[in-house]
Every structure is written in structure tokens, then in C-alpha cells.
Write a protein that binds this ligand. Structure first.
Ligand SMILES: Cc1cc2nc3c(=O)[nH]c(=O)nc-3n(C[C@H](O)[C@H](O)[C@H](O)COP(=O)(O)OP(=O)(O)OC[C@H]3O[C@@H](n4cnc5c(N)ncnc54)[C@H](O)[C@@H]3O)c2cc1C
Length: 291
């Protein structure tokens, strides 16, 4: 398959990119890694009249220490996110999650922010942005704004971005030292999109769990945080019995779709199995009174 014809703009700066998007009158698309956009164009699922290439803009390819947060620029490739030592040391749950993302060639080109903008409900990075309280920085001809990851995803493959807006970076939480974490995923083949994944982090203070975070993906139209399930574990000594209760409650919150790959019942069951493993691992890894 070949894409429909389009004009090409090589953006020299972020300001140039958003001007070009505005000039396209809602019919332009940013291309970052092209790993999701190009297949969609080749299948003619999207037919932008203008492609705005951001790959030559300087300053967008850095992972930066921002105190209690880490910034990931719009041109940071999956390979960099997966191997960066700042991320590995301070957000081990993300370091682990990145091992499940796609294959070598896709990882060399695909970008963290491109994955957010593509908003696939079975992609790891959107869920990690929710788990890590991501703040997404957005530029348009009207200026800059930020959106919490919680407000960024509005549906399957749909975000709150306007057609003339460019994501320039995301800031995500560094985890406090000693935070326990668990990441569990099931895909038919390594590197495929997951049927479901669960991510959990928590600290251990005076024998109880604090700062509990629970995220899921692949079991709904969007990745999700589960505040009710987090509250069930928060302030409690985590036992297998309590995890069992939390998993039962979690399953009642899910309304997955049935599709070619799995039935809704199977996905709901799988999500519970993965969440149980991730909660168990997070509690086991949490260092006693490390906070
Ligand atoms: C075979 C294969 C397997 C894959 N497996 C996985 C997997 O297991 N897990 C996973 O998470 N992903 C997977 N992916 C997707 C991959 O991670 C993509 O790289 C990612 O979804 C999109 O990133 P990109 O930089 O390539 O974005 P592009 O393809 O360039 O763009 C995607 C969309 O985002 C928009 N966009 C990109 N950057 C910006 C920006 N800065 N501001 C505004 N809009 C922007 C584009 O206009 C487009 O609409 C797979 C892809 C392939 C081809």
C-alpha cells in the first residue's frame, strides 16, 4: 500500500512546526518516528494533506533531570528511554516496561511522545504517563499549555490535542528511593502490543503501603489508573488476602471489549492475574521505611 499524496514540511523549530500545522487548516500531521503514522497512511486510514517533520528540530531529543521529575523530549526514541541510566535508576518500573515495547527497528525510530499522541489503549507509554502523573507540554500558535496525562487521553486513538498543537515534552515523576514496583504484561509474541498489562508502585512505611499507584492497559478504550483499588491497599499491610480482595474489586471495574485477539471475559481475568502479580512484586520490592 502507498499513502495518498501529501506536501512535506521540514520544520526547523517548534514554532515553525506549529505555524505549518496551522497553515494546513486542520489537515496537517506531525511525523516523529513514523512507526504508527506511516502504517496508517499506507492503509489510507489517515490522509493528511501536509506532513510536518519534526526530526530536524534541535533540543527535543533529551532526557533531563528536573528535580523530582524527569523530562522526556518529543524526539526521545524508545531505545533511549529503554537504556537511559537516569530513568533506569529513578523509574525502574518504566525501565522494565520499555523491554516490552515493539521490536528493534521500531524502537530505534518510535518516540515516547509520539506514542502518547497516537494513544493506543494497548501501548505501554500512555499507561506509564498516567502511573507517573505525567505533565504534557504543548505548543501551538496561541502559546504554551500543559495537560495532565489524565486529561490528555479522551478515547481509543483520540487525545485532547488540537490539530495545530505539538507536544514538546512530557515530565514524569521520579519515584522516591526504595519504592517497590511491579510490571506485568501478556502478549502473544514478545514485542507485540499487549493483550493486557498492569503496573503497580508503592512504598512501605511502618509496615504499611503508602503512595500506592495501580495502572492497567489493554482492557478498555484508554489506559487507566484505578484510584478505588489504590485506596484499598493504601495504609494497609499488604497480604495475599488483601491483594485477592483488590483483584476481585478491580475486575468489577473493567469493561473490556471482545475482539479478534481475546474475549472480554478473558481480558478481565487476565488483568486480574497480572495485577495480582504486579501488586505482589511491588510489595516485595518496597524497601522497609526507605522513604
Ligand atoms: C510492528 C510494530 C509493533 C509495535 N509494538 C508496540 C508495542 O508493543 N508497544 C507500543 O507502545 N507501541 C508499539 N508500536 C508503536 C510504536 O511504539 C510507535 O513508535 C508509537 O506508537 C508512535 O511513535 P512515533 O514516534 O513513531 O509516532 P508517529 O508514528 O510519527 O506519530 C504517531 C501519531 O502521533 C502524532 N505525533 C507524533 N509526535 C507528535 C508530537 N510531538 N506532537 C503532536 N503529535 C505528534 C502524529 O501526528 C501521529 O498522529 C509498534 C509499532 C509497530 C510498527
Amino acid at each position: 500500500m502507498k499513502p495518498a499524496s501529501f506536501d512535506y514540511v521540514r520544520a526547523e523549530s517548534a514554532a515553525h512546526a506549529v505555524q505549518a500545522l496551522a497553515a494546513a487548516g486542520g489537515d496537517g500531521k506531525v511525523i516523529a518516528g513514523g512507526q504508527s503514522l506511516m502504517p496508517m497512511m499506507n492503509f489510507r486510514l489517515v490522509k493528511p494533506s501536509v506532513l510536518v517533520d519534526i526530526n530536524h528540530i534541535s533540543g527535543l531529543d533529551a532526557v533531563q533531570d528536573r528535580g523530582d521529575k524527569i523530562s522526556i523530549g518529543a524526539l526521545v526514541r524508545h531505545r533511549i528511554t529503554a537504556t537511559d541510566t537516569l530513568i533506569a535508576k529513578n523509574i525502574p518500573v518504566l525501565h522494565d516496561a520499555m523491554k516490552h515495547v515493539a521490536h528493534l527497528t521500531v524502537r530505534n525510530r518510535g518516540t515516547f511522545c509520539g506514542s502518547l499522541c497516537h494513544a493506543d489503549p494497548a501501548a505501554e507509554m500512555p499507561m506509564m504517563s498516567l502511573l507517573l502523573n505525567g505533565i504534557i507540554h504543548i505548543l501551538s500558535p496561541r502559546g504554551e499549555r500543559t495537560l495532565a496525562a489524565q486529561d490528555f487521553f479522551v478515547g481509543s486513538l483520540v487525545t485532547a490535542l488540537e490539530p495545530d498543537e505539538l507536544v514538546t515534552e512530557i515530565e514524569i515523576d521520579m519515584l522516591p528511593a526504595g519504592t517497590g514496583w511491579g510490571f506485568e504484561e501478556f502478549a502473544r509474541r514478545h514485542g507485540d502490543y499487549a493483550l493486557a498489562s498492569a503496573a503497580v508502585t508503592m512504598q512501605r512505611q511502618n509496615g504499611v503501603a503508602v503512595g500506592v499507584r495501580v495502572g492497567l492497559m489493554g482492557v478498555g478504550e484508554m489506559p487507566m489508573r484505578l484510584p478505588r483499588i489504590e485506596a484499598m491497599l493504601e495504609g494497609c499491610e499488604v497480604s495475599s488476602g488483601l491483594i485477592g480482595e483488590a483483584v476481585d474489586a478491580l475486575r468489577t471495574e473493567l469493561e473490556p471489549n471482545s475482539d479478534l485477539h481475546a474475549s472480554a471475559d478473558y481480558r478481565r481475568h487476565l488483568a486480574g492475574v497480572l495485577a495480582r502479580r504486579a501488586m505482589t512484586a511491588a510489595w516485595a520490592r518496597a524497601e522497609k521505611d526507605a522513604v
